[in-house]
Design a protein around this ligand. Structure first.
Ligand SMILES: C[S@@+](CC[C@H](N)C(=O)[O-])C[C@H]1O[C@@H](n2cnc3c(N)ncnc32)[C@H](O)[C@@H]1O
Length: 419
């Protein structure tokens, strides 16, 4: 084999994405605790997944065995789950009951985490709490200036989310008599629950607000990262008395094992989980119906009232978007309808067959698309201009930039498809 020079060797080293087993004190303590506490309840704890650090995702789970579809990848005994029963039977549960509060499951789990964190080594859950991130890169952590870098729709969604969290905080901040919970602490706990909890249906209680969220925390299991390709089945197995995750994917020995947090685009992943994925297939740029109509009117298309009537009656004005594949189906239908002459409009349903209406229609509909795409590209460029140069960007700015960049790529690809 050819001998490599030092530069080449370094490059080769950097390119390999070998996981490094996480031997930190916290992870070792967590594993020992899981083993000990499982044994004390008659469970045999043996995990084929190991916490490890990966170049692209940070800490996650590595398998030490080959995995096949149908394999159970992780199994957590019930008494090691933090459920609403756990919370309500704890000391803060007593306080909640005494004050006759009715809180959401996310508020309850957040209060529990805070209370157990305050106990330090004296908490039963200490080995778990110690492995939780110290901070997050989710929505409540962005400064007001950083929020101005968000694309407008995502910014609106983010601001609405922040106001929901503030509301949830205001409801509980004084609940410890004589001791106010700090917003930063609540935010930390809220996002630990938000990004790490599993679906788990606890028994109904007069102290729990029914909001459709049935949550529990599952130590160890919550070290699994998200991938859009992961297919899993998760839930409590009454027979084994454990919360289990079964994969439907194949994994090679020593590779990272993933679960799916849902079919989320990068905007949602950033706001709720604090990360983005390269090439997320769920990414799309939503297009406003009004913007399309304005584009058509600026090109003096005729019979706009009649055309709007056709579009809206047939619900074609919904789900307007661009993706890396180009214009969404509804958007394609709309621009062709808007480009129709009177004769074509009488048989507008021809558009549903997917064939070209006429060369003139094709030209005009592409022009309409170019007008609104140019407007979105201009808005996108204005956002790009607000970012500092790459070398001086913060981690948060880089995360937001990846979203702005994806929108830009989508717009460019769509532009190419209509020229
Ligand atoms: C349930 S935890 C997964 C374990 C986490 N990485 C840890 O070390 O504790 C969810 C968090 O992991 C991170 N995460 C999950 N999937 C990721 C991915 N594919 N790439 C980068 N970070 C990811 C995000 O910070 C997310 O909020």
């Amino acid at each position: 084999m050819r001998r490599l020079g030092r530069t080449n060797r370094t490059r080769r080293k950097k390119r390999t994405n070998k996981p490094v087993i996480d031997c930190s004190e916290e992870i070792v303590s967590l594993s020992k605790w899981m083993k000990r506490e499982s044994k004390s309840h008659g469970f045999k704890w043996r995990s084929m997944l190991y916490p490890a650090n990966f170049l692209d995702t940070g800490r996650g789970m590595m398998t030490r065995e080959t995995l096949r579809p149908g394999d159970v990848i992780v199994s957590i005994p019930q008494h090691l789950l933090i459920t609403l029963e756990t919370v309500l039977s704890s000391n803060i549960g007593d306080l909640i009951k005494r004050q006759k509060l009715k809180l959401s499951s996310q508020q309850l789990l957040s209060l529990f985490l805070l209370s157990e964190r305050n106990k330090g080594d004296n908490s039963y859950w200490h080995p778990y709490i110690d492995t939780l991130p110290k901070s997050h890169t989710t929505v409540g952590y962005f400064s007001a200036r950083e929020l101005t870098l968000f694309p407008p729709k995502l910014r609106k969604a983010a601001e609405s989310r922040i106001s929901d969290i503030k509301q949830a905080y205001c409801e509980v901040k004084e609940f410890h008599s004589g001791e106010t919970i700090q917003y930063e602490d609540f935010l930390w706990a809220w996002f630990c629950v938000n990004s790490r909890s599993v679906f788990y249906r606890s028994a109904r209680s007069e102290f729990v607000r029914e909001d459709g969220n049935h949550l529990a925390l599952a130590p160890y299991l919550d070290l699994l990262n998200h991938s859009t390709e992961a297919q899993v089945e998760a839930g409590f197995n009454e027979k084994t008395g454990s919360y289990e995750i079964r994969t439907h994917n194949n994994y090679r020995k020593y590779s990272q094992v993933f679960i799916s947090y849902g079919s989320h685009d990068n905007g949602h992943l950033l706001v709720e989980y604090g990360f983005t994925l390269p090439d997320n297939p769920n990414d799309a740029l939503t297009v406003d119906y009004d913007v399309v109509m304005e584009a058509a009117k600026s090109l003096n298309v005729s019979y706009t009232e009649k055309k709007q009537d056709v579009i809206q009656t047939n619900n074609l004005h919904r789900k307007l978007a661009c993706t890396v594949e180009g214009l969404s189906w509804n958007l394609l239908m709309i621009i062709q309808i808007l480009a129709m002459d009177w004769t074509e409009l009488q048989n507008w349903k021809n558009v549903l067959k997917g064939s070209v209406i006429s060369p003139r229609n094709e030209r005009l509909s592409r022009n309409i698309a170019r007008v609104f795409l140019a407007q979105y590209l201009h808005q996108n460029q204005e956002l790009v201009n607000k970012f500092p140069p790459f070398s001086s960007r913060t981690r948060m700015e880089n995360l937001i930039f990846s979203i702005v960049q994806t929108e830009r790529d989508i717009l460019h690809l769509t532009w190419t498809s209509v020229t």
